[in-house]
Design a protein around this ligand. Structure first.
Ligand SMILES: *[C@@H]1O[C@H](CO)[C@@H](O)[C@H](O)[C@H]1NC(C)=O
Ligand SMILES: *[C@@H]1O[C@H](CO)[C@@H](O)[C@H](O)[C@H]1NC(C)=O
Ligand SMILES: *[C@@H]1O[C@H](CO)[C@@H](O)[C@H](O)[C@H]1NC(C)=O
Ligand SMILES: *[C@@H]1O[C@H](CO)[C@@H](O)[C@H](O)[C@H]1NC(C)=O
Ligand SMILES: *[C@@H]1O[C@H](CO)[C@@H](O)[C@H](O)[C@H]1NC(C)=O
Length: 600
């Protein structure tokens, strides 16, 4: 381009020379005045123009003259590749700006001005300087500003450096920075360097705010633009992403935790799942679960999933309620256990009430228990011969039942009255007198176990059969306390007088009665030891005149010498022609008791 201009210039000069030589004597070339720097007319030497000059302004006047005084005309031209920013009035030389100037794009304009007297033309190349006006705003470079900052950076730490450029020169191009919301932010900005810092005394907290948007303003120093003082500013946003650092313990979610194991739960089944999350949500660590205590080996937890499983069949679980403590441990990326947390977990073994209480003997379930015992055991004696246990294989309230003894009342009692799960059944003598072989040879009771708190009220019974054994607990007992007899005085020796009867309900020899008589009045009489018939001595000859009344004792004695006494009154009758006669009442008594009596 330049070459072209130069070559064109050379052509023009050559042309001038030719003209000069051809018409040397005839004419001189015109020329511009050089009015120096700062002048607005002349040859545009060192002419400069502010970029904010309005289009249409008269900015300069070309001024020249012709030696012959011929009128001159002015021209201005531009390189074809450049804009034509000026026009010139050919007669007066006044130059008008016809295009907007922009120093930042084009800070000097080259043009060729020429002057002609109609014969000679003189051209000159000029450079017009475009001077700055404050027409540019600062502009941030390297946008967007996004920065990751760990939440634990110390106050005062520098975070990022922003940089804005203003293409203007001087004050209009001098950028300073500040924050839009100085008072509401945790940050501070250096006005000259553009360095953003965490303000002194401020902290970042990922858990409270994961990102901060900081509005930064860049401002130039101000300058003239079209006659006015202007300041340009630009804003940008710095995005401060807060990075989580390990500062929060893991947290269990969905608490409290309750689990249930049912009777039909299979060993290895899942019971419940606990879930913990790292309190540091941003970069969560791996989490591992473990059982701290309370499981008694009956439960396990999956280290990674938090699923708690039961390892035993429910029947083998020893407790109704398990209070486990589950621990969760964060493992840092370096594999080091970091924060921990703990949570209680309650697992209840839920029993389906499907077992009635059951009586057991020594060799398994049994519903009849037998025992032989002597009558009249001491009060409070325990029937040790009965080895009865009772249990209900359910659990908790389902295994609670009452025991009752049903049968003749007041004789025995059963302990305990209320059973949880299992008990030894004890039967205790309550009324010794009532346990009488002579009344009952066999005592039969029913043991009843019945659930207390279940809707089903499952129950079961067992027979308790007690065979009583006799003891010599009775003394022979006369049918009356006294016996009265009347016999004729002439009755021969060996005559029956009266039959006494004593009864001993004991069995065997204990019930066999031996009679004897004694006392001062007994001499004329004998008694048959086994029948109780009293008769006169063979030798006796009774005389009513001598002794009209006899009085003695009769003794009934069993094998062990237990005895009782009755009194006998015998009256001799003076009447010879009447048979001896028993009182009606005596006959009745002997008849009623049914003992053999010989009456004559
Ligand atoms: C041109 O320049 C001459 C010499 O400096 C001056 O006298 C004259 O006034 C100028 N003409 C105009 C129109 O400014
Ligand atoms: C140049 O100046 C003269 C005299 O002041 C004026 O008459 C003329 O209109 C101007 N030309 C332009 C193009 O402004
Ligand atoms: C289990 O551990 C926790 C925490 O150490 C404790 O509070 C609790 O009493 C423990 N339970 C048992 C049964 O040891
Ligand atoms: C724990 O649970 C995970 C996920 O369900 C499973 O892949 C893994 O096999 C389990 N671990 C054990 C020991 O059961
Ligand atoms: C009930 O007692 C029987 C016999 O003693 C025993 O086999 C069984 O295990 C017991 N059941 C419970 C739940 O204790």
């Amino acid at each position: 381009m330049r070459f072209l201009v130069v070559s064109r210039l050379l052509c023009i000069l050559l042309l001038c020379f030719c003209i000069f030589f051809v018409e040397a004597q005839a004419n001189f070339a015109p020329h511009f005045f050089d009015n120096g720097v700062g002048s607005t007319n002349g040859n545009m030497a060192l002419f400069s123009l502010p970029e904010d000059t309005p289009v249409g302004s008269h900015v300069y006047t070309l001024n020249g003259t012709d030696p012959e005084g011929d009128p001159v005309s002015y021209h201005i031209s531009f390189d074809p590749s450049a804009r034509s920013v000026f026009s010139v009035d050919p007669n007066f030389g006044n130059i008008t700006l016809v295009e907007e100037l922009d120093r930042e794009r084009e800070d000097e304009i080259e043009a060729i001005i020429s002057i002609s007297d109609g014969v000679n033309l003189v051209a000159e190349k000029v450079t017009i300087l475009v001077t700055d006006a404050n027409d540019e705003a600062p502009s941030f470079i390297q946008e967007p500003y996004v920065v990751q900052v760990p939440e634990d950076i110390p106050a005062g730490s520098s975070i990022i450096k922003v940089h804005a450029l203003d293409k203007d020169t001087g004050s209009g191009g001098a950028v300073t920075y500040f924050l839009q919301n100085v008072h509401t932010t945790k940050f501070a900005l250096d006005r000259h360097s553009g360095v953003l810092r965490l303000r002194a005394g401020a902290t970042l907290d990922y858990e409270k705010a994961r990102v901060h948007f900081v509005t930064v303003v860049a401002k130039d120093g101000g300058g003239k633009l079209r006659g006015a003082d202007v300041v340009f500013s630009t804003t940008t946003t710095v995005t401060v992403n807060v990075e989580d650092v390990q500062d929060m313990a893991p947290v269990f979610v969905g608490t409290p935790y309750y689990g249930y194991v049912y009777e039909d739960t299979l060993p290895g089944s899942d019971v419940l799942m606990v879930v913990a999350v790292d309190g540091d949500r941003g970069k969560p660590n791996q989490i591992l679960y473990s059982l701290l205590n309370g499981s008694n080996g009956d439960f396990e937890i999956n280290e990674t999933s938090g699923v708690i499983s039961v390892m035993q069949s429910p029947a083998q679980l020893r407790r109704e309620v398990y209070e486990l403590h589950v621990q969760v441990t964060e493992v840092s990326s370096a594999g080091i256990p970091a924060a921990q947390a703990m949570v209680p977990v309650t697992i209840r073994i839920v029993d389906l009430n499907n077992h009635p209480p059951t009586f057991y003997g020594e060799s398994g379930p049994q519903n009849r228990f037998e025992l032989s015992m002597y009558e009249h055991p001491p009060q409070g004696e325990i029937l040790r011969g009965l080895k009865i246990t009772v249990n209900d294989s359910d659990q908790g309230a389902n295994a609670k039942f009452n025991l009752r003894l049903v049968g003749p009342g007041g004789i025995f009692r059963v302990v305990p009255l209320t059973v949880m799960n299992e008990a030894q059944v004890t039967i205790i003598v309550e009324n010794s007198a009532a346990i009488d072989f002579e009344k009952f040879k066999v005592l039969t009771f029913k043991l009843l176990a019945i659930e207390v708190n279940t809707p089903e009220k499952f129950s079961s019974t067992a027979d308790v059969v007690i065979q009583l054994l006799d003891t010599n607990d009775n003394v022979p007992k006369f049918t009356s306390h006294y016996y009265i007899a009347r016999i004729p005085e002439n009755a021969p020796g060996g005559s029956n007088v009266v039959a006494v009867t004593a009864v001993d309900p004991d069995t065997g020899p204990w019930g066999e009665v031996k009679y004897s008589i004694y006392g001062s009045g007994a001499d004329p009489f004998l008694i048959h030891p086994s029948t109780g018939i009293i008769y006169t001595q063979p030798w006796a000859s009774l005389d009513a005149e001598a002794t009209a009344r006899y009085n003695f004792y009769v003794k009934a004695e069993d094998m062990e010498g237990k005895y009782s006494l009755a009194e006998v009154f015998v009256t001799l009758l003076d009447v010879n022609d009447h048979y001896p006669q028993f009182g009606k009442s005596i006959q009745e008594k002997t008849m009623v008791l049914g003992t053999p009596v010989k009456i004559e």
